[in-house]
Structure formats: C-alpha cells, structure tokens
Design a protein. Structure first.
Length: 226
C-alpha cells in the first residue's frame, strides 16, 4: 500500500510518501522540518516535493493519513483541510491519526508514555505497554501525570514535547522530547487504520481557551436580578 502522511499538529511540518507491507515501511519521498507556525504556506509544497522525490503522481496514492491532535489548533486544521481536500480530489480515503498514538508508535517496544506539553500546567498523555494502550488519551495536571509516570516499570520511555517537563523528577527513565511523530510510525498507523473508525476529525482533550461572546456588539447587558 502506498500512503501519504501529513503531520502539522505539533512542532513539525511533515509530508511523506511510504510503501507499507505488513510491519515494514519504505520511504519513497519525505519532507519534514521543525516548524512552530507557517504550515499553511509550506505544506502543499512539501507534499509536492515528496511526491516528486518518490517519482509518483498523486493518483498513485492508496490512502492518506493525517494527525488530528491533540496539538496546535491552527496547525492541525491546516493538515486536516489539506488532507481532506486532496482525498476528495483523488477519491482516496483519509484516516485520522492521534498525535499521542503516533508518538507512542515512534518509541521502542516496551512501556511508554506519550506526552505533549499542553501549557497551563498540563500535559496531554497516554500510557502504553508493549504497544497496548493502558487507558484513553487524557489532559492531566503535571502532578497527576507525575504520579502515573512514577508507577511505570523500569526502562519506560517518555516521548513527546512533554517528556522534558519530567526530566529532573525521573532521571532514570529514557526521555525523547520529540517535536513530532516519526514519519515511519505515521505510515504504519495509516495503513493499519480502519477508515470507518478513524475519521479525519480534530481531537480535542481540553476546552478551547477562547470562548464566544455572551452578547452581540451593542447589545445591552442582561439585567441583574434585584
């Protein structure tokens, strides 16, 4: 299966073309750069360059995978819009990939915690053992996450942008503060996903920071009860 993977949810802008057979992947074309913003200006060019490197037309792609979060609100929507538009134009299925699951798939086998720095004293987290999740993805306080990490087995890996937040507390654990998931992991998840149960929709674990106004401009404030 030939897949195109797109990742703009975290600190990378990635577009890659892979051949996937079972548990094996072969990179055919790849563009990936560390990027905090500006994904919308670069993503289409990255995808074009990756396809050119692979020597393929877009019509050769069997499936598209795109990260859906948790992550940057703007970044993940850029990736989703691009992947869905391309999928519609090509008539190819588009599957949504959890950023946390993709990070965990980027870690060596064994116990792992995928951690994304969510700011405001929180991390987005999911805990794994031998490739099996130990619970759902969650938004946790740093204190709650530290308690969960402390209970992990020896040799556990902390992976993702939130790993460095616990460096001093757990020096015996391996820390890999990746800016984003490994493209090869994204390719494997894309090929394995069921399009019916992995829709390309944003995954939010926390309410947005901004909230809609409670009244329209010029509208009088509601009277307070006497």
């Amino acid at each position: 299966m030939k897949v195109l993977v797109v990742d703009t949810a975290l600190g990378l802008c990635t577009a890659g073309v892979f051949e996937v057979e079972g548990d094996e992947t072969r990179a055919l074309g790849l563009r990936s750069e560390t990027m905090a913003k500006g994904h919308s200006e670069r993503l289409a060019g990255f995808a074009r360059d990756a396809m050119a490197q692979a020597g393929l037309a877009f019509g050769a792609i069997d499936r598209i995978g795109v990260t859906v979060g948790p992550g940057s609100f703007t970044g993940l929507r850029v990736g989703l819009a691009f992947a869905q538009g391309l999928g519609a134009a090509l008539g190819r299925p588009v599957v949504g990939l959890s950023s946390l699951d993709a990070l965990a798939a980027s870690a060596p086998s064994g116990p792992a915690a995928a951690l994304i720095d969510a700011r405001r004293g929180q991390v987005y987290a999911r805990f794994w053992r031998d490739g099996v999740p130990r619970g759902p993805a969650e938004a946790l306080s740093l204190e709650a996450a530290a308690e969960r990490i402390a209970a992990m087995e020896a040799g556990a890996v902390l992976i993702g942008s939130g790993a460095g937040l616990f460096a001093g507390a757990f020096p015996v654990l391996t820390q890999r503060p990746l800016a984003g998931a490994a493209p090869e992991a994204l390719a494997l998840l894309t090929a394995a996903a069921d399009p019916a149960s992995a829709p390309p929709r944003p995954l939010y674990l926390r309410a947005p920071d901004a909230t809609p106004p409670s009244r329209l401009p010029g509208q009088a404030r509601p009277a307070r009860p006497s």
